[in-house]
Design a protein around this ligand. Sequence first.
Ligand code: PLP
Length: 418
Amino acid sequence: MQGTEFSFNTVLLHGVDTYYPNGATHVPIYQSSAFRHENAEELEGIFNNKAMGFSYTRINNPTIEDFEKRITLLEGGIGSVACASGMSALFNALMNILQSGDEVVASAGLYGGTVELFDDLKAFGITTRFVSENVPAAYEKLITDKTRVIFAETIGNPKLDVTDIKSIADMAHAHNLPLIIDNTTTTPMLVKPLSLGADVVVHSSSKYINGNSDAISGVLVYGGKFKWDERYPGLLPYRKFGPFAYIAKLRNGLFRSTGGCLSPQNAFLNILGLETLGLRMERQCENAWELAQYLRGLDSDFIVNYPGFFDHPDHRLASEQFGNRYGAIVTVRVGSKERAFSIMNKLKIPFILSNIGDTKTLVLHPASTIAAHLSKEEQLQSGVYEDMIRISVGIEDVEDLKKDFLQAIKTEDITKTA
Ligand SMILES: *Cc1c(COP(=O)(O)O)cnc(C)c1O
C-alpha cells in the first residue's frame, strides 16, 4: 500500500505494506543473527550489492527494515538506518560525514548526551562550535573553511527554544553545508525537517516514537538531496549510488563496522509504539498546554516555560513550524532547589527519572542530573537553573495531574511556613 495519499494517523497504521507471512497483522520478529541461502551465488550477490536480501543482522534484518521503512515514509526521506540508541544514530549520522580536522557548528542547549558526544569527538580531531543564540546569523558567524556540518535540535531540551529549520537550512546550503536535525522532541507528527530543507534527521526513538519506554533505540533518515563534493572524501567512492550515497556508505562502512545495530525485538516494540504516535502526541501536547497554564496560574512567582505560551519568544515560529502544537515538555522554576526537590518528592503521579516521551508523566531536576557536569555558565546557556523542574507530560487525565501538582505545591507551602 502506498502511504503518501493518507494523513498522518492512517499512514502510521497503513503506510507500509502489511502483507506479512500467514496473514499476521504484525511484522514477525526475525530473531535470527544470520540468514541462510539456497546457494553460494545468492549470498555472493547480496555481499556485492547485486542482489536484495539479508545476510547478517548487524547489517540488516527484515524486522528492522520494516521499522526503517516506516520512519523513511513518515519523515519523507529516501532511506533510514535504525541504530541501537539515539546516541548511536547521532554518532553514525555525524561520523559518516566527518573526518579529523573538520568542524561542526551546533545549537546551544542541546541534549546533554549530544554535548558529551561532541566532546568525545575532539579526540578524533573534530571540533564543535556552539552558537550563543539560535538564529541563522549566529550559526553563520561560526562557519569557517573547515566546517562540514550544521547541527540543531527542533526544540532544545530543557531550554525549550525552537529552531527555525527552514532559515537555518537555507543558510547552511548557501555555504554548501548539510544540516542535521535531531527531531526527537517533536517527531514527524509536529514537523518533517527534511521537507523544510534539512538533509539528515535523527531520532532517539527511545522517546516519543517508541512511546512506552520499553526499548532504547535510534534512527537516522536521509533526504537524498545533498551534493557531496571533495570536502567529503569518505563519500566520494559512494557517489555511484547517486542519492543513496550517504546511506550506502553507512551500510557498507561505518554503521556495519561500528556494530550499533538495533535488535529485532526492539524494532518490533518501536513498530508497535508507532501505531499510536499520533494519538499520544496529540494528547501529550494538549496536556502539556493545560498543565503549563495551570502551573502559571498557581503561583505568580513561578517561571513557567512552554513554547505554547503567547509570550514565549519562539511562539510564532513554533505555531507555524509545528502546526499549532508545542511539544510535551514544560519547565517550571519554583524559587529554590530545595523547593524543587520538595515538590518533586511530594508528587504522587509523575515518576522521578531522566527520560522524556513516556506515556507516563516524568519529572526531573536537570541542574543536579543531566546538566550536573556543565559549568554554571554552560548551564545558563542551556537554560538550566537550580530551581527548575522539567516535566515530560504524559497521557494521564490532565485533571489528575493538576490536582497532584496542586497538592504537592500546597503541602510544600504549608511545610515552608510551619
Ligand atoms: C534521549 C535523547 C538522545 C539520546 O538518545 P538515546 O536513545 O538515549 O541514546 C538524543 N537526543 C535527544 C534530543 C534525546 O532526548
